[in-house]
Design a protein around this ligand. Sequence first.
Ligand SMILES: *Cc1c(COP(=O)(O)O)cnc(C)c1O
Length: 969
Amino acid sequence: MPASANAANATPSLSELLAPTDSFARRHNGPDAAEQAAMLKALNQPSLDALVDATVPPHIRRDALDLPAALGESAALAELRGLASQNQIFRSHIGMGYYNTHTPGVIQRTILENPGWYTAYTPYQAEIAQGRLEALLNFQTLVTDLTGLEIANASMLDEGTAAAEAMMMCHRLKEGDASAHRAFFVSEKCHPQTIDIVKTRAVPLGIEVIIGDHKTFTPTAGTFGVLVQYPDTTGSIHDFATFFAAAHAVGAFTIVATDLLALTLLRAPGEFGADVAVGSAQRFGVPMGFGGPHAAFLATKDAFKRQMPGRLVGVSKDANGDPAMRLALGTREQHIRRDKATSNICTAQVLLAVMASMYAVYHGPEGLKKIARRVHALTSLLAQGLRSAGASVNAEPVFDTLTVGNIFATKIHADALAQKINLRVIDDATVGISLDETTTLAQVEQLISFFGSTRPALTSDVERAGFSAPLARTSAFLTAPSFNRYHTEHEMLRYIKRLEAKDLSLVHSMISLGSCTMKLNATSEMFPVSWPEFGQLHPFAPSDQTKGYAQLFTDLETWLTEITGFAAVSLQPNAGSQGEYAGLLVIRSFHESRGEGHRNICLIPTSAHGTNPASAAMCGYQIVPVACDANGNIDGADLKAKADAHAKNLACVMITYPSTHGVFEASIKDLCAHIHSHGGQVYMDGANMNAQVGLTSPGHIGADVCHLNLHKTFCIPHGGGGPGMGPIGVAAHLAPFLPGHVIVSPVHDKGRKHLGAVSAAPWGSASILVISWMYIRMMGPDGLTAATKIAILNANYVAARLEKYFPVLYRGATGLVAHECIVDLRGWKKHGIEAEDAAKRLMDYGYHAPTLSFPVPGTFMIEPTESETLTELDRFCDAMISIHGEMQAVVTGESDKANNPLKHAPHTAKVVTADEWTRPYSRQTAAFPSEFVRQSKFWPAVGRVDNVYGDRNLICSCVGMEAYADAKA
Ligand SMILES: *Cc1c(COP(=O)(O)O)cnc(C)c1O
């Protein structure tokens, strides 16, 4: 009889008896008591605690977490409902880059609320990610078509950071020449949060930001770039052709922050001289969410593609010559180029880019134009009504936003607020009003009534109001079939489902990506993301309407402070990379505040994730690499030697703990102390926090600041490559330097000096913080600590099962691994077998490969997480072992060196069901190598993708994809 059955028969304690029937930890943590016992036995460990004691160095262990006790799923939801009810949904006319939108129901239910979409990972394994790659190709096509530029990436984190990245890209384009080109002009009519972020980013790079009026500013030889907004933040639309020509005349690059909906009616930026266009796709069906998450975009000229930040989807071909998509130009990314990378962006905003692209697919070019014309007509009507009331409005043409002057603003705001309406606060005599897709004629009448007038008669002039040359759009857009086929709900539903079916996600099997922590994203954690009390709030809404959010932030900050052992937390950075950047800026400000602004050396171990050096470079730091020893530890002697050598200029070290080699280094405290002894700070990359929660913490170890990837340790789903959140925790001496925000300050300590903004919204992607709140609230201190222990158990179990087949590369002093393990496949290379062959072959077995070739080339880094049961771990290990047998067959000559199931993996249905089959192995071996896939087969949509071909023949839009298909036909 299994142990769990015995336990069930024992008399329960009263607290066990009365525990809620929907207790969550049992659902989140995979192995039950019997499975844990079996795994511990296999590891020769007397108990889970004994295993953990042997794994985590005793001198870094912490006391039990001081967090509220766990609630059942329904009780936690009820408590969160209480917070939600403290948020008030006022109708927003604030604008400033955030607008109401109708999320089509079919997109909400089949994408946003669908684990088949939201639990997928970044599409590195392209053959099992063709669905989201196609949706992202649509997104890129949408952006290139509307901006009139040649190439667009697959999303940026938000509009403000996209503008800052554009500035940095232009700065890089002047490389070698940068000292002569230090000035960057920013129009004062850009959104204030954009200006805030650009200023923050410019400082460490020595860029001088000039804020002014583009009508009076003359670009000079020192100007490397200019940034303007179109339509601008006041609503006015300018013709920038002359200004851009003047900028180009002195060799400056031109950047436009713009609005995709407006561009359906307005001349495309690429047609009046823009080199780069950035903006947000939020109003394409993505709720405001009190600031995010949303997809931003960046488009530019083909000539600049190698300097572009962010991920890019491109079309290539597969092993059968069929078109297949994959991430292109990976050589620009941090993983390869480290401190020379084009940006530090890793997790982007894929799910939101998918939603926005689907909104465009659903409406099509005509539907989008209709929405835009309607918004524009209502805005024209509003302008007429306000003028007749004696108010002044923009002299220039407008699209959806008016700046209304010559009025008594206090009274207007009071009247509006009394009707639960928010207008943009500007000054005593001026208010701003933005309209959007959801605005009705009755609402326009109501707005006019606040100014003491009535709506003018509807005339055909108003209804047909459009733009005239040179502002009017003349070029076609979204002519590709995908934007013209799926305008009924049935067609749309089936298109979304067809794409979903091409993608392997956590709904199919475990995704053991080391360092990415693909744990359960529970349904109860996801429910509140759709609640309007969280989704429908504008990020700059008055604080008395957002008390529920305020409490949610306070709760999370308090809990994360306890979990990290730090003094304060900032929830602003909206990805781990952004947390790294923010944390390093905090360190930089700290040194400056002590008159030590010269400290600019950042030590980074060679095992670090590529975002670390990329972020450090953005801070203007000089990177000094530190070696690792044979056991995977940071080479302590090398670290100390480098710290000593650079003592005077040492700014910080960036370390990941447990290291990306999957071990708890026992010397960690000593290393931190050594850095401190030279006046340096310790930045901890918290991506591996899943091995620390409840057992140790960055604060206990001696770090000064760390980021947390809430989309790893704290259950925000990866969304196919975003969204995420990367809040930072800091020790008390760094708390005064946390990021601020020009509109709504998220800083508690308001009197003190703090950084400028690092994200467009004060609390980053606020609406997905509910997921992490639910996780911590449902797990409680015991559940969270148990999760960490089981994550360690699961990793050690996998390591133990696989080590007879694949050497486990690194272990701690006691022979155990942390929450992940690296298995070595390098030895097979001499037999012509690459780690990639095994990775692709796993797809035939229904699995996503572990992290491939990071941090060590030719290896798999396996992180099973606590959420997988023994059954699933065994199924994965069985697949790995079976693949080992196939590799062995190549070595013995039983299988052909080239014509074997590994080299031909993955096998598509098309290949396996073809009339002709000439391979030396059977079709059964090809596609049904295990019982699991005989029961439930996931078919890779395409065969092995040719990366090199795609980079040589770069195609990044649907238009190119069709041209490719036509050429082939
Ligand atoms: C995931 C990861 C990062 C980057 O975080 P994002 O949230 O993707 O920006 C940095 N370091 C390590 C070790 C990681 O695993």
